[in-house]
Design a protein around this ligand. Structure first.
Ligand code: DGY
Length: 316
């Protein structure tokens, strides 16, 4: 059967699919595929492996005449109209679990980079400004003893909390449901979003982007942040009112913010890029060789199972 992959992936995914008797076409250009190209390539495919940059709406789905599975190469699947895919009997899968550790590591990386002013220090040395140790040079903020607010205590949120726990911090969380095991293991305490925003020193966001979470951190909630708060978003840009956050950062109303994702990705607000108190990454959450390779193989496994008439391993 025919499998279409919307961009070249790490690992031996094409080989694996071919060894199982399928023909594979990969969109080889080093940029996201356009809607028109997607439809042209995928029209006759029995399976599609897609990326979070592919917006798979009802128009695309209507053109997938033979497709049985869309295997999304990400944990998030807000890029796909999953209700419409379901109506058309197309199975959608994602890549949970295997990217939990890598993505949690990025939250820590951003938090440490913001709190210890790593980018400022790096630029300072590179610009040959370092004239020797100085008592007030680029002072950052401690992490030990601080309160960490985890927004979204799913797998990734819990992994972020576990890492912060090693820094002797107090963990609070906001989540729809109570996570008793998490509370027992980490000593985490469930609080309201307002409370979390008001008392946390570092806030990390791990919730999925849905209609309900759009601008969950709106003006009102962002205004509760403490003057030395650090806000880290590794989820999706849409969950934060980015324009308002930029205003807070501009006026130094909070310490800093670390971004792996953006509201209008990849077109980042130019105002954000001008700010000295932000750390910006190009959506690197799962970007390790090991993790991205495992994600590709999981997509292939889901495709192989569904094309054999079996149930998918990780349906959404
Ligand atoms: C995902 O899989 O949703 C992450 O954003 C990738 O980094």
């Amino acid at each position: 059967m025919k499998v279409f992959i919307t961009r070249s992936l790490p690992g031996n995914v094409e080989k694996t699919l071919r060894e199982n008797g399928h023909s594979v076409v990969t969109f080889k250009k080093d940029r996201p595929i356009t809607k028109k190209e997607f439809i042209n390539y995928a029209r006759n495919a029995d399976a599609v492996i897609s990326l979070l940059t592919d917006k798979i709406d009802s128009e695309i789905i209507d053109n997938l005449k033979k497709c049985k599975i869309i295997a999304n190469y990400a944990a998030g699947y807000n890029n796909i109209d999953i209700n419409y895919a379901k109506q058309k009997n197309i199975i959608v899968t994602n890549t949970p679990d295997i990217l939990t550790n890598a993505t949690a590591d990025i939250a820590l990386t951003l938090a440490l980079t913001c709190s210890r002013r790593v980018i400022d220090g790096h630029d300072f040395v590179k610009k040959k400004k370092f004239k020797g140790w100085a008592p007030k040079l680029l002072l950052g903020l401690d992490i030990c003893g601080k309160t960490i607010g985890i927004i979204g205590a799913g797998r990734i949120g819990q992994a972020v909390a576990k890492r912060f726990k090693a820094f002797d911090t107090k963990i609070i969380y906001y989540n729809r449901s109570r996570k008793s095991d998490f509370e027992k293991k980490i000593g985490a305490k469930k609080v309201t979003l307002k409370k979390l925003m008001s008392v946390s020193d570092i806030i990390t966001i791990q919730i999925p982007s849905t209609n309900e979470t759009y601008h969950l951190l709106d003006k009102e909630h962002l205004s509760f942040l403490k003057p030395n708060a650090i806000l880290i978003n590794i989820a999706r840009g849409e969950v934060v009112d980015e324009k308002y956050l930029i205003q807070l950062l501009k006026k130094n109303k909070i310490h800093s913010a670390g971004f792996d994702v953006y509201e209008n990705e990849p077109n980042i607000d130019p105002e954000l890029l001008k700010l000295p108190n932000v750390v910006v990454l190009p959506h690197l959450g799962s970007a390790t060789i090991e993790t991205r390779t495992k994600m590709a193989l999981l997509c292939a496994e889901n495709v192989l199972r569904v094309l054999k008439g079996k149930s998918a391993k990780t349906p959404v």
